[in-house]
Write a protein that binds this ligand. Structure first.
Ligand SMILES: [Zn+2]
Length: 100
């Protein structure tokens, strides 16, 4: 396992990651334990990279209603057009997690 980077880090080891979403301008969490195959093969859906992270599945974030749909591939975020923020439908490099 590589060490956390400035774009992806553990929120709580060993299964919850977090990163900064430049669309929502807030942190998002990825709970590895709810990904398919976690029990059989932990981190199966993740390439185990903190520097150029990829996940095999897409994600959705809800706040009452859907606010953000994204995929993470090779350190870039692609937002679904159904996202409600200004980056909907766009792909952007992941950015460092703000320190405040
Ligand atoms: Zn978001």
């Amino acid at each position: 396992m590589t060490t956390p980077s400035d774009i992806l880090r553990w929120k709580t080891e060993p299964n919850v990651l977090e990163f900064y979403c430049p669309g929502c301008k807030t942190l998002h969490q990825i709970d590895l334990s709810v990904l398919p195959n976690y029990k059989r093969q932990p981190n199966a859906g993740w390439n185990n990279s903190f520097v150029s992270p990829s996940f095999t599945q897409n994600f959705q974030v809800f706040k009452d209603a859907l606010v953000c749909a994204y995929s993470m591939r090779n350190g870039a975020l692609t937002f679904g057009s159904e996202s409600v923020h200004e980056l909907a439908g766009q792909t952007t490099e992941m950015v460092p997690i703000p320190t405040v």
